[in-house]
Design a binder for this molecule. Structure first.
Ligand SMILES: CC(C)(COP(=O)(O)OP(=O)(O)OC[C@H]1O[C@@H](n2cnc3c(N)ncnc32)[C@H](O)[C@@H]1OP(=O)(O)O)[C@@H](O)C(=O)NCCC(=O)NCCS
Length: 182
């Protein structure tokens, strides 16, 4: 399936006049990731996720499989300031959000929400009915964002899965029924 091009300038007033004004150019572009973005995506992933960043080879393979649902925020000056990645399953109508981030200097301007809304719109258009994700139980910012988009903890135990990513690496699983959204 060919990825449908997505490109949209994020230059709305509210993105430019928050409490921490953007340094640099006045707008970002939200677009589908390209193969040529991979080195910059790796740099961004390490900047935000540090030791738990995806290895370059895995990022490459995730891009190969899921480019259609791999979106980036491009500052137009050679840097990416955020990304979201969703993986879809071939045999069911499920999807997982595998990555979401915005660089520290661009947070609290609605960009994380923009990335999520765009990828959810695309997933829904592709016929996906359910979206899941994992989040660190202490990651309040992400949990509030996901909750505001309609994600809810996947029962039992309010979504808490002990040692989900190995010893001491608990995660909360949240899910969203896309098919039930208006
Ligand atoms: C989570 C993350 C992507 C949010 O991006 P962002 O662009 O700052 O988020 P937004 O400005 O779109 O905020 C959307 C909502 O998220 C919540 N939120 C975001 N940051 C928050 C914070 N620091 N404290 C409390 N709530 C926060 C709020 O509900 C906010 O809505 P509001 O502005 O109407 O109050 C960003 O903080 C990030 O990259 N964090 C590091 C990587 C990460 O944790 N990724 C998620 C892994 S599961």
């Amino acid at each position: 399936m060919t990825a449908e091009p997505l490109e949209r300038a994020l230059d709305r007033h509210e993105h430019l006049t928050g409490t921490a004004p953007f340094p640099g150019p006045r707008h970002l572009v939200l677009r589908t990731a390209r193969e040529s973005d991979l080195p910059e995506l790796r740099r961004l992933d390490v900047e935000v996720f540090r030791e738990v960043a995806y290895p370059a080879f895995l990022l490459r393979q995730l891009y190969d499989m899921y480019a259609e649902h791999f979106l980036v925020l491009d500052d137009g000056e050679g840097s990416l300031r955020g990304y979201v990645l969703a993986a879809t399953t071939a045999l069911s109508r499920d999807s997982w959000i595998l990555g979401l981030c915005v660089t520290e200097d661009r947070r609290r301007h609605g960009l994380g929400r923009e990335l999520m809304v765009e990828v959810l719109t695309r997933l829904r258009r592709s016929g996906i009915e359910q979206v899941r994700l994992t989040v660190e139980p202490a990651n309040r910012a992400a949990i509030l964002l996901y909750h505001s988009l309609g994600f809810r903890p996947e029962q039992p135990d309010a979504g808490l899965r002990r040692d989900y990513f190995g010893p001491g690496e608990d995660r909360r699983i949240m899910h969203l029924e896309l098919s039930r959204l208006p």
